[in-house]
Design a protein around this ligand. Structure first.
Ligand SMILES: [Fe+2]
Length: 271
């Protein structure tokens, strides 16, 4: 029997936004460094860190160098997928240890499969160069079908940038369509032991259910999108206390997800 697997999920740091971003009110690099410091101090220590995309604002090599530098204090395994603000090829080239593209991955797709403490984690690349929406194309879906088949009967966790369903925040949903989501749902239904899907992109914590499995969208470690469910509401950012997602997985109970504030609110108070 494996001990619990603890996964720290960090998403959407957007390194490279520059000092004028959001009126100069958020330093994304500093926010990412704080989140990393928070993860480094967690007890128990996470077994694994997953980055669910938009590591950078522009997908430039110098921005990935800053991502790598910011992650240097962490000594646990780190794995990442690209988001719509990333450049998949540049990211894989700059961060090969964090994005170990499978030998049988379709050309141009940063997808891979790792296994830790009995949980099979499958990274999917939903990025489309130059576009905000996501795509799981036929070659990647075929790769996923083969990968799930190879994991038949074993617990699998998927992680990717784009959530597979709309959130009701219309302005985000307009740039969040995941082409191929119906085919993804069919594959998940065929594979009974998918434990969940971890995503980013929405810049706030959202829970969904897709093809019978939980979807967790993690909040950004930097800036959030305002929670506005009114039809036609415009897109606006909101500065909120930054959080990471902390997933505790056990073979018996599956995934249990917590949100962990990066900044403390004073010492713990005994009852
Ligand atoms: Fe983002």
């Amino acid at each position: 029997m494996h001990s619990p697997l603890l996964i720290a999920q960090l998403t959407d740091p957007h390194l490279g936004t520059g000092p004028a971003f959001l009126g100069g009110r958020i330093d994304t690099e500093r926010a990412f460094q704080r989140a990393v410091t928070h993860v480094a101090a967690l007890q128990p220590r996470p077994d694994l860190v997953l980055l669910t995309g938009d590591m950078t604002e522009h997908g430039r090599p110098d921005e990935y160098a800053r991502v790598a530098a910011a992650l240097a204090p962490l000594d646990m395994p780190i794995y990442a997928v690209p988001g719509n603000h990333d450049d998949s090829h540049t990211a894989c080239t700059a961060l090969p240890a964090y994005m170990p593209v499978a030998q049988d991955a379709p050309a141009g797709r940063c997808c891979y499969h790792i296994q830790l403490k009995g949980l099979h984690c499958v990274a999917l690349d939903t990025s489309v160069s130059g576009h905000a929406h996501g795509v799981l194309d036929t070659p990647q879906l075929a790769w996923l079908a083969n990968t799930l088949q190879a994991c038949s009967g074993l617990p699998v966790l998927l992680f990717m940038h784009h959530p597979p369903l709309p959130s009701g925040i219309e302005a985000m949903d307009a740039c969040s369509l995941l082409v191929g989501s119906e085919q993804l749902a069919a594959l998940i239904r065929q594979h009974a032991r998918v434990q969940g899907i971890l995503c980013g992109h929405l810049h706030r914590a959202v829970q969904m259910q897709f093809a019978g499995v939980p979807v967790h969208v993690a909040p950004s470690v930097a800036h959030q999108i305002a929670l506005d469910l009114q039809p036609g509401a415009s897109l606006h950012a909101q500065l909120e206390p930054p959080q990471i997602s902390l997933h505790r997985w056990t073979p018996l109970y599956g995934l249990c997800t917590h949100l962990s504030y990066v900044e403390p609110y004073g010492p713990a108070i005994a009852f």
